[in-house]
Design a protein around this ligand. Structure first.
Ligand SMILES: Nc1nc2c(ncn2[C@@H]2O[C@H](COP(=O)(O)OP(=O)(O)OP(=O)(O)O)[C@@H](O)[C@H]2O)c(=O)[nH]1
Length: 441
């Protein structure tokens, strides 16, 4: 995972807390560290009921951390909490090694995962902003020894060695480029809206299997890895379902307490979720903390204004649960104590084994009200391309040719029919081809 160093760095992890430590947070923190490519040497907790403004953790704890870091030979210390620039600097002096806070860690992972032009721009911008707050006379990140290290990856040497003014210039340049990309994205989204295809967005906690499901449904070879945030950039594809096509978008994985500056940086990714007709909320069914994760994702969706969009819950990774089989659960009335999500529609599947995908396709088709239409159309002479397109879609049941042109007996998804005819004749027809109807000549 390290782009510039050959070997993974060893990290000592510090989990600050105010009493009531939560297992989920600790587990996620270790996952994040591993995702960044670190080897976790040791994990320590630190109470911060009264956070020390200079070092966050107390001085006694700081000594313990230093001893543990020396004993384990840790290259760096990761702190699962935002640190002020002063705290970070003081901790580094006291611990004599690099210290990276939660935001720096997540930024580092994003920097490693960014694939598209836009994703890279967004990450660089967020990194520069994070760095700008840490540029202090006499001691800067820029002066420190570098070389493929967590928290230091990203913008190249030339930017790193610039002063505040150049940094600001670069930030402005990135902002302008991003505005352009944003405009293009909005235009693309408008075009999709015009195509009238229903929009479905995959959302879910990081590592739930969204990219794997996206690939399974689209046949695309998007990048999936057992690492958090494999999906940084929205990937959008059209997929065929029984009854019609939909536009499917993969989105970035959610984490708890995503640093606010990152939520802003990734708003275009989240826009895919906000504008969807239906959300496929992907859940790792084998995760002991799955109910908590579901609630956290729901909360983020609420925050980004997607709380009212209908959801279909996809319980993925059933291959990891003994005796579990692919199935489709319709919502039940009333509260079910065994299954807290019983009031919601659920499909259980394994994206990896491609087990249960048909159940999901059917559920999606039904949920989106995709309907098929059939009937006879007479194509005017010169509509060869339209005829070829209909054949391509497998919509032609029978056809014959006479002096008036082609007569086709068709069966196809209503959405496809509307789109094709709109394309061929320049205007949408709704409903298209009711029983026995003919296309206009
Ligand atoms: N056993 C099992 N593993 C799965 C299944 N689906 C996905 N995985 C694994 O889970 C890990 C995460 O999958 P991704 O598809 O990258 O997850 P994601 O939700 O897109 O992750 P982020 O991009 O971090 O949000 C990978 O190692 C997958 O191979 C499944 O059905 N069964």
């Amino acid at each position: 995972m390290f782009e510039r160093s050959k070997k993974g760095e060893t990290a000592l992890l510090i989990q600050p807390h105010r009493g009531g430590l939560d297992d989920g947070a600790v587990e996620e923190f270790a996952d994040l560290a591993r995702s960044a490519g670190a080897k976790v040497a040791h994990l320590m907790t630190a109470r911060i009921d009264r956070p020390n403004p200079a070092t966050l953790i107390g001085s006694g704890k700081l000594e313990e951390v230093k001893a543990a870091a020396d004993a384990t030979g840790a290259d760096l210390v990761l702190v699962n909490h935002p640190l002020s620039p002063v705290q970070e600097r003081n901790l580094e002096k006291a611990l004599e090694r690099r210290v990276v806070d939660r935001t720096g860690l997540i930024l580092d992972i994003f920097a490693q995962r960014a694939r598209s032009h836009e994703g890279k721009l967004q990450v660089e911008l967020a990194q520069l902003r994070h760095m700008a707050t840490r540029l202090v006379r006499g001691w800067t990140h820029l002066e420190r020894q570098r070389g493929g290290a967590i928290g230091l990856r990203g913008p190249g040497e030339t930017q790193l060695e610039t002063d505040r003014r150049l940094l600001q210039k670069r930030v402005e340049q990135l902002q302008r480029r991003l505005e352009k990309v944003e405009v293009q994205r909005t235009q693309m989204r408008r075009a999709r809206v015009r195509s009238e295809l229903p929009r479905v967005a995959l959302v879910g906690y990081t590592n739930a299997g969204k990219s794997t499901l996206f690939n399974a449904l689209t046949g695309a070879d998007a990048y999936a890895a057992d690492l958090l945030f494999a999906t940084l950039d929205p990937t959008v594809r059209r997929i065929a379902l029984p009854g019609g096509s939909v536009v499917l978008a993969d989105t970035v994985g959610f984490v708890r307490d995503l640093p606010h500056e990152l939520v802003a940086a990734f708003r275009s990714t989240l826009a895919e979720a906000r504008e969807a007709d239906l959300l496929l909320h992907v859940i790792d069914a084998a995760d002991p903390l799955r109910e908590e994760r579901i609630a956290q994702v729901d909360e983020v969706l609420e925050e980004i204004g997607a709380g009212d969009i209908p959801q279909l819950l996809v319980y993925n990774k059933i291959d990891r649960i003994d005796g579990a089989e692919a199935r489709h659960d319709l919502p039940t009335d009333g509260h079910d104590h065994v299954h807290p999500q019983a009031a919601r529609e659920r499909v259980w599947l394994s994206a990896r084994d491609r087990d249960g995908l048909d159940l999901l396709r059917d559920a999606l088709g039904a949920r989106l009200g995709l309907r098929r239409v059939s009937g006879e159309v007479q194509l005017p002479p010169g509509a060869g391309r339209l005829r070829a397109r209909l054949h391509e879609l497998g919509a032609v049941l029978a056809e014959h040719h006479d002096e008036h042109g082609w007569t086709l007996s068709l069966d196809l998804a209503e959405a496809d029919a509307a789109r094709i005819v709109a394309h061929a004749y320049g205007e949408p027809l709704r409903p298209l081809l009711p029983e026995g109807a003919s296309a206009p000549t």
